[in-house]
Design a protein around this ligand. Structure first.
Ligand code: TYC
Length: 117
C-alpha cells in the first residue's frame, strides 16, 4: 500500500499526475455490525402479590426510586402489565429470573416476562 493512501472511502493515488483521474478503488468502509436486539421486561398484575413487595422488586432489580416504583406498580395494578425496562437478551433474562426467584422465595405468584422489542 506504499503508493496509495486511503482517503475517505476511496484508495487514491499519491502521484500528482493522477489528480482528477479516478483510479480509486471503491472501498465500503461502513462497519457491518448490527446492534443486538433489545428485549422489554414486563411485570404482570395478579391478585395476591403485596403492593409493597412489587415496589421492593422494582427498586432492587430495576434501580427505580421509591416513587417511580410506586407509580409503576400502580400502573400494573390498574392496567394488568407494564414494561419495566429494555435490555439486551442476556440482561433481560437475568432480570426475569431474579424477579421470579425472589417472588417464589417469598411465596408470591408475581410474574415477569420478556418480549422482543
Ligand atoms: N394487584 C396486587 C394487589 O392488589 C398488587 C400487584 C401490583 C401485584 C403489580 C402484581 O405486578 C403486580 N395486591
Amino acid at each position: 500500500m506504499s503508493k496509495f493512501k486511503v482517503r475517505s472511502n476511496l484508495i487514491m493515488s499519491t502521484n500528482p499526475e493522477d489528480e482528477d483521474q479516478d483510479f480509486g478503488v471503491a472501498l465500503d468502509t461502513r462497519p457491518k455490525t448490527k446492534r443486538p436486539p433489545l428485549y422489554k421486561v414486563m411485570i404482570l398484575n395478579d391478585d395476591y402479590t403485596p403492593m409493597e413487595f412489587v415496589i421492593m422488586i422494582l427498586e432492587r432489580f430495576f434501580g427505580m426510586t421509591h416513587q417511580e416504583s410506586f407509580d409503576l406498580m400502580l400502573t400494573v395494578h390498574k392496567k394488568g402489565l407494564a414494561v419495566v425496562g429494555v435490555f439486551s437478551h442476556e440482561i433481560a433474562e437475568t432480570k426475569v429470573t431474579q424477579v421470579i426467584d425472589m417472588a417464589q422465595k417469598h411465596g408470591h405468584p408475581l410474574q415477569c416476562t420478556l418480549e422482543k422489542e
